[in-house]
Ligand binder design. Sequence first.
Ligand SMILES: [Zn+2]
Length: 389
Amino acid sequence: MSLKTTCPVCGGTDLRGVFILGNVPVICNQLWPNAETARAAPAGDVDLMRCGACAMIWNTAFEPDRMVYAPGYENALHFSPKFQAFAEDLAKGLVERFGLKGRHVVEIGCGDGHMLDLLVKHGAATATGFDPSMEGKETPFTARDGVEIVPEYFRSDQLNRSFDAILCRHVLEHLDAPMPLLHDIRRAIGDRDVPVYFEVPNAGWMLRAVSMWDVIYEHVGYWTAASMETAFRRAGFEPASVREGYDGQFLMLEAAPAAPDPAWVSPDATEVAADADAFAKEANGLLEKWRNRLGQLDGTAVIWGAGSKGITFANALGQAAEPLVALVDLNPRKHGLHAPGVALAVVAPDALAKVRPDLLLISNALYEAEITAHVRGLALDTEIAVVAG
Ligand SMILES: [Zn+2]
């Protein structure tokens, strides 16, 4: 079965184009020591299509073999107080709703074990996580009694004792073949009444917000509530709830085992298809606008923000990125390093006094006031513009 021709959820072969980004970094957030290595960073194509039958959206140009995570790849959401509160609430809620006090929980793709620790803290007796990226790594989160990490890919035949819930967060979007995992989990549950919790980035939010920054090579699948429900019902789960969380950016599904409904398609598929087409139109219009703007610029430009938004945008500009001379970032650990693909150096804000760009682009409108104050503080009259979307 090929991603180029076949829907990874329903097997449909009626594919419709959504959005294309050529030659993007395979790992967007990894910075490189110099321009040469940054330019040579592994790149791949994004050719998002949607399934005409179930409205699943995925990168048909994704090549799983390219997705080699370099050592030091850091996928953990950094532990902001806001994220801490979200995770704490989630663990507490799952222990309550799934009745996990004194029970055993399994997490697939547990990362450093942060959630395992929280589940036991809130009453689970034991929590076992599977994650191959934890091979040889230390983490503070296995210190608690009952928390264990197996540094391997999950396979149901590794489960040597019964379990009372399965969690899987931010894993499905990385899989080119998600259904075999769901079927494997369903087989492992058998005729017992074991609930599951799955969390993915919410592509429904991405489409509605025209957040094209969220289209990155690391993600092969762009899940909406509709495609989640379709996949889970087909694999033999009855969703109890599919909610949006974390300001709408995450999609959270809770489901119980049921008889598989292998032909089920969400009635919301039509709406997702319309959202996807609207997204494509607006995202392409946005890119075109900024390509023109930079094409007409007589001078140099910089982007403030060397995170995935800024780096994705710079690469998406293609040839039009030529006036760009640097990325600006507050994080001193990024200074002197180079962004993959476009090979722009990351500089400190104070370096702007020397660079003296004619145009400064802000990739996150939240920081507009702060950045403007900083730039004016350097006595620069640089034009400042927010890249919306
Ligand atoms: Zn489909």
